[in-house]
Design a protein around this ligand. Sequence first.
Ligand SMILES: *Cc1c(COP(=O)(O)O)cnc(C)c1O
Length: 353
Amino acid sequence: MKDFLSERARGIAPYTAGEQPADRRYIKLNTNENPYPPSPEAVAALRGFGAETLNRYPQPCSDRLRQVIAQAEGVAPENVFCSNGSDETLFLSFAAFFDRNAPVCYADITYSFYAVYAAFFGIESAVVPLNKDYKIDLAAMANTPCKGYYIANPNAPTGVGIPRAEMEEFIKSVPDRLVIADEAYMDFYGESLSGAVLKYENLLVVKTFSKSYSLAGIRCGYALGSRALIEGLTRVKDCMNSYPVDSVCAAVCAAAVADRAYRDKTARLVCDERERLREELLRLGFTVPQSGANFLFAGKGKIAGGALYARLKEKGVLVRHWDTPALSEFCRITVGTREENDILLKSIKTILG
Ligand SMILES: *Cc1c(COP(=O)(O)O)cnc(C)c1O
């Protein structure tokens, strides 16, 4: 076979998404989706969408959605950038703000897409270990030479969050470096920096509709930042795809934002279940860092992480496990509904004997 791959494509190790198997029905606690359906307002927006208008392109910068988001976040539309999933915003941010000769800094245990994007663009990475409490070590990061940072807050896959005040101190201490706060799970933690983008020109906050808004299937995310940062993202978007957010997606997400009371209500249910599940896992002998997200990082129990993952899968419960040395002792377990979590706990108890 001829190999037509570019050197770039051949050289890269892509991100591996959580498995979506179809061999049977699983209790799916492996990709941090929300167990609840989207807001009824979002569902109604989809049902009522005028499909006959789909001959037209959507707004190139999703102006109406930006307006709705800006109002909800307390910023101006010029401070909002929308994309096809927040992964796309993250990808574009590497292109917009980093060069080959200036390293990007992130934690050793964090969202693994940062390393993939850095490698894709040939940007050097400065990787800083978590501290003993599985927390991102901001002090060590501040002392690491770099052009800027990616900080998942709360972090994945640990779930550990950083309070807003600590983040603000950090941002102020590195005024010449860009801080990208990936707040994919922030609605389960409540320490968002979104309003602070008006105060710090070195802060970009990235959010998604995939988790707290229960809209992983529609692919939408956004960034909040100074007008200059948003213009930077728009420049690279317009080198890649002029219309990343389709009109159906924009209408559904705008309705979801307007009904963010529903998002907050379901997030509270998830957080209550998270605390109950964590107590039970601690009682079963697992190490489980306090989580600010919709998942728990559980390990070092009476069973190895890989074995727990495999035995749970046999029983029809999917969790996430990685084989890398730093993570192999743990599983990442998405918080499900009360019923799902009960089945998970019962299965773990059976496995432990
Ligand atoms: C889920 C997740 C995202 C969001 O991905 P989407 O492309 O918006 O679905 C971003 N960052 C982290 C840390 C995540 O876990």
